[in-house]
Design a protein around this ligand. Structure first.
Ligand code: B16
Ligand code: MG
Length: 222
């Protein structure tokens, strides 16, 4: 039996629903460049880095631009995104998050953030989530984006817990892949369709059965 002593949380889509703001900001750029971009296309951007997101967006329009132009586009999109997340507050924390964080703290687990976002600091501050985390690892700390396991392995190292005793909460396909490559227990949160490869799946964190912390289970927790 494995006892899990570390919990690593993805941010966008697990703790808060910022995907809608990413979508609005990318959509504005897409409209400007005359690229068709739908909410369904936006699913492919979840969990992947900013630069990879831009690549996907430009490929939808079969467009290619110079490095300078691409940097300008990313800067512009980020400015728009930051405008949205600057308005966030605690009301945007997803169901079950605070309860789960408190339960993990009571059980003395170490808690880390493992996000691809370079804006995690502002989001955690505005939603007042930052004090729950022993360690923050985000897009500013890593060079390899999910599905590479770097962000989770660094989180485990910084909380001082072996990867095999860490549990990861993720909403994105690439994030589950990263957690599994890191040798961690991968809990998929949200849309089952893109999370079939998770060790355990829950629709929301409200549905999580904490017995998962004591043993590795396959299948669903209802
Ligand atoms: P930024 P996560 C990811 O965050 C988002 O899911 C993804 O859509 C975004 O492109 C990426 O962060 C980079 O975000 O532009 O703010 O640096 O899900 O890993 O917490
Ligand atoms: Mg995510």
């Amino acid at each position: 039996m494995t006892e899990y002593l570390g919990a690593i949380f993805d941010l966008d889509g697990v703790l808060v629903d910022t995907a809608k703001y990413h979508f609005l900001a990318w959509k504005k750029l897409a409209d400007q460049l005359d690229i068709p971009f739908t909410e369904e296309d936006n699913e492919r951007l979840k969990g992947v880095s900013r630069i990879k997101s831009l690549d996907i967006l430009l490929s939808l329009g079969n467009k290619s631009y110079s490095e300078d132009e691409r940097n300008k586009f990313m800067e512009q999109k980020n400015k728009e995104y930051v405008r949205y997340i600057s308005q966030m507050d605690e009301r945007e924390i997803l169901p079950g998050v605070i309860e789960l964080l408190n339960q993990l703290k009571d059980r003395k687990l170490k808690i880390a953030l493992g996000s691809a976002s370079k804006n995690s600091g502002l989001i955690l501050k505005n939603t007042k989530l930052q004090d729950y985390f022993d360690v923050i690892v985000d897009g500013n700390d890593v060079s390899k984006a999910k599905p590479d396991p770097e962000v989770f392995l660094l989180g485990a190292k910084r909380i001082g817990i072996p990867a095999s005793q860490c549990i990861v909460f993720e909403d994105a396909y690439a994030g589950i892949e990263a957690a599994k490559k890191a040798g961690m227990l991968a809990i998929g949160v949200g849309n089952r369709k893109s999370l079939a490869h998770a060790d355990v799946h829950v629709e929301t964190l409200e549905n999580l059965d904490l017995s998962v912390l004591k043993s590795k289970k396959d299948g669903d927790i209802k």
